[in-house]
Design a protein around this ligand. Structure first.
Ligand code: SF4
Length: 329
């Protein structure tokens, strides 16, 4: 897979997320009581214009909920998300609808994202109709253009989703996200349903589209190998919290949080000389309905101390642009 990571970061934040919480009330079986599930718990980070920010963590850590909450596909419990200075969470209906032109989402399963009986042309025209953009003739030529941009042919216009390959379907999903010319695209596991060769093609296409359309990506994935190849910076989530954040190369060269170290130790390396010893974590991820006290990672952490059981570690800068939430970092 080609290394397409960028070397320099731009400095202007396009999105500033502060203290984001998304809690769900979960009914207990056989009881009238409810418990609080803290899917996203006090998460803060910035996205800089033109960068790709990779968000990684095991399944169920809250990263997809975070992406959906930013677009208000589910409402936040608390926090702010300033997009170009405006809080997305307090936008009224019309302004929220208008903001959706600039913020788009790409989901994991392209087959599930497309209506099975709607042609590709109709699926791509729909956002233009919803946002009242162009005449029918202008919409038609815009759809043909976006098909070309994502590497598809005019002949795909009349096809149905099941007549395309997985990679072609994901190109259609990207085209649908881009047809409104957004600034920020939240990609939720966009290549995890594809085989390795197609993954590389789609990642390269995304990188090319990022340059051509001046896009900013929030790239959510569980596969650190994939995230490494596309991200400028990476945030690591565990049980609803952001536990580490750093520029990609720095995170791989010098991870500070024991959870990140364990995740990285599981990434296969092409160079056997540079192999890391695999760190096997004990136990399962605790239930977010009943998270451990103090540092929520302490039951699985090989370095845990008494302090870790009592005191929640605060995310702080431990090296240049490198943040970690660990008492020992
Ligand atoms: Fe481990 Fe303690 Fe650091 Fe948590 S705070 S990651 S338990 S050392």
């Amino acid at each position: 897979m080609p290394d397409i990571a960028k070397e320099q970061l731009p400095l202007k934040p396009i999105l500033e997320v502060n203290g984001l919480r998304k809690y769900f009330a979960s009914k207990q079986p056989g009881s009238w009581r409810t418990k609080t599930l803290k899917a996203v718990d006090n998460v803060s980070f910035h996205l800089y214009e033109g960068e790709t920010y990779g968000l990684v963590g095991e399944s169920g850590c809250g990263k997809s909920t975070l992406g959906r909450t930013l677009l208000r596909l589910t409402e936040p419990t608390e926090g702010t998300a300033l997009y170009n200075g405006k809080d997305l969470f307090s936008l009224p209906g019309k302004e929220l609808q208008a903001s959706r032109k600039q913020l788009q989402m790409v989901f994991q399963d392209p087959f599930a994202s497309l209506h099975p009986r709607k042609s590709i042309g109709a699926a791509l025209t729909e956002p233009l109709i919803i946002h009242r953009i162009g005449t029918p003739a202008e919409r038609y030529s815009r759809v043909l253009e976006i098909l070309r941009v994502v590497g598809l042919q005019p002949s795909h216009y009349d096809r149905l989703p099941h007549e395309l390959s997985g990679g072609q379907r994901q190109r259609v999903v990207l085209a649908r996200a881009l047809i409104l010319e957004p600034k920020l695209v939240i990609c939720d596991e966009p290549v995890s349903a594809l085989d390795v060769i197609i993954q590389a093609q789609i990642l390269n296409l995304m990188k090319q589209l990022q340059q051509d359309f001046k896009l900013t990506y929030l790239f959510i994935a569980h596969d650190l190998g994939v995230v490494r190849h596309i991200s400028d910076r990476i945030g690591v989530m565990y049980l609803g919290k952001l536990v580490e954040e750093a520029p990609t190369d720095q995170l791989f060269a010098s991870p500070k949080h024991p959870y990140t170290r364990a995740l990285l130790s599981a990434v296969p390396k092409s160079d056997p000389a540079g192999k890391r010893d695999r760190i096997l974590l004990e136990g399962d991820v605790p239930s977010p309905l009943d998270p451990p006290t103090g540092c929520t990672f302490h039951p699985r952490c090989p370095l845990a101390t008494e302090r870790c059981r009592k005191e929640i570690p605060v995310k702080r800068e431990v090296a240049d642009r490198h943040f970690a939430a660990c008492h020992l970092a």
